[in-house]
Design a protein around this ligand. Structure first.
Ligand code: MN
Length: 209
């Protein structure tokens, strides 16, 4: 069974979903791709979720280079885009659509800055601790390229990857403020586009000794 409050869109967000998302101050976003190498592994699916839990999954066609409604959400300065490891998704959006995503909140960076009592900063551990929900990651490494034939299991997995992110963002923001690390977190989020540029140009570790 496909979960409730979940819509599949072809090629771009439909106008009704875009209008709904434009009213939100934060939207959780995740992508599914053919792999982890930007430029080799294409974007297949983009999942979005608003603070009320309304999820859309946008199927991206092979060779597709634009998605105007998605672009509008990604570039809207009034909507914070919440990702887990934003660096990858933001690079995919820039590479695929030429879109500059902003503003950004990355739950992985926020977790590393706030949850210094653990080394577990994966989405599963983070969501388990902050929301008490156990994510099923069994469809993580699967073939997302045949977008017309995605299984119910894959779609539910994809939806769950965005469903708990805003809750996690809220809790991480509280922790960061409590520990006086909120300004530092915001400075880190602003650096993500620079890391994206370096990643797309294949530079590695240029800040290391
Ligand atoms: Mn995912």
């Amino acid at each position: 069974m496909i979960l409730d409050n979940f819509k599949i869109c072809e090629g771009d967000l439909d106008n009704a979903s875009m209008a709904r998302y434009l009213a939100a101050d934060a939207i959780a976003i995740d992508t599914e791709t053919m792999g982890l190498v930007i430029g080799r592994d294409r974007l297949c699916l983009v999942q979005l979720c608003d603070p009320q839990g309304y999820v859309t999954a946008v199927r991206i066609e092979q060779g597709q280079t634009s998605a105007p409604n998605l672009k509008r959400i990604l570039e809207d300065p009034e909507i914070t885009k919440v990702f887990h490891f934003a660096r990858f998704d933001v690079a995919q959006f820039r590479y695929t659509f030429g879109v500059e995503t902003a503003p950004i909140f990355c739950t992985k960076i926020a977790s590393k800055l706030a949850r210094t009592y653990t080394s577990s900063h994966g989405l599963k551990s983070l969501v388990m601790e902050l929301t008490g929900t156990e994510l099923d990651k069994s469809a993580q490494s699967s073939d997302w390229g045949d977008i017309d034939s995605l299984s119910v299991e894959q779609l539910n997995y994809a939806a769950n990857d965005v469903r708990y992110l805003i809750d996690a963002q809220t809790k991480l923001t509280d922790m960061l403020k409590r520990e006086n690390r909120w300004e530092l977190a915001q400075e880190c989020f602003k650096c993500i586009p620079v890391f994206v540029s370096l990643d797309i140009m294949r530079y590695e570790n240029i800040f290391e000794h």
